[in-house]
Design a protein around this ligand. Structure first.
Ligand SMILES: C[S@@+](CC[C@H](N)C(=O)[O-])C[C@H]1O[C@@H](n2cnc3c(N)ncnc32)[C@H](O)[C@@H]1O
Length: 189
């Protein structure tokens, strides 16, 4: 649960860059549980998170993450990355200021030859600059292990054609008991 000042920081970032932040409301615990229930926590050794923001999902991932596993969290907003570095002193977390489009290079900088077991995305795909969504999808498919899964939560189905272009299987669930209702997609190669 975020403090009032953290909520204010998130809101301030939204006012400055509404299209890259995408939403004023941090993701709810109901949605977070649905996403994280899809992860095989015993097996996963590398998880990547796109768009951690203030760490709404980062912290619950770390609570479940295997002691030998790593979480690489990538955000374009330097303020969010600084906040994560200061507020979550967990050696398994690598918080990176950068773009999800560079996920392959970012993983390689930290784990030689590494590929992700899961990539969890909070990116607002429908409002990102044109073309970057497709680029992020192809880099994501490349950055995952063959059995890996791309877990995406969104408030619309905008992302479905993109997922279908880059992944062979796309499952979806809709969380109705959330305001607004939220889609969760699981894409595999
Ligand atoms: C809706 S917020 C998600 C915040 C948090 N994960 C949550 O679920 O409440 C979207 C985040 O994506 C980040 N973002 C936007 N474009 C990005 C990109 N190309 N690469 C990495 N992060 C990006 C924004 O800075 C913002 O922190």
């Amino acid at each position: 649960m975020h403090s009032f000042s953290e909520k204010l920081k998130f809101f301030g970032a939204f006012i400055r860059s509404p299209k890259t932040i995408g939403s004023v409301i941090p993701t709810s615990s109901r949605v977070i549980s649905h996403i994280l229930d899809q992860i095989d926590w015993k097996a996963a050794r590398l998880i990547v998170e796109y768009g951690p923001g203030m760490g709404t999902i980062t912290q619950p991932i770390l609570e479940r993450l295997h002691p030998d596993a790593r979480l690489i969290a990538i955000d374009m907003n330097a303020g969010f990355i600084n906040h994560l570095k200061l507020s979550i002193p967990d050696p398994r977390l690598v918080a990176v200021h950068g773009s999800a489009a560079d996920v392959g290079r970012i993983i390689a900088n930290h784990i030689a030859g590494g590929r992700a077991d899961y990539i969890v995305s909070g990116l607002p795909f429908s409002t990102l600059p044109e073309g970057i969504d497709n680029h992020i999808m192809s880099e994501t498919a490349r950055a995952l292990t063959p059995e890996g899964a791309f877990l995406v939560y969104q408030y619309s189905r905008y992302v479905v054609p993109l997922l279908r272009t880059h992944f062979t299987s796309v499952d979806e669930a809709k969380i109705w008991r959330n305001i607004p209702p939220c889609y969760i997609f699981r894409a595999t190669k």
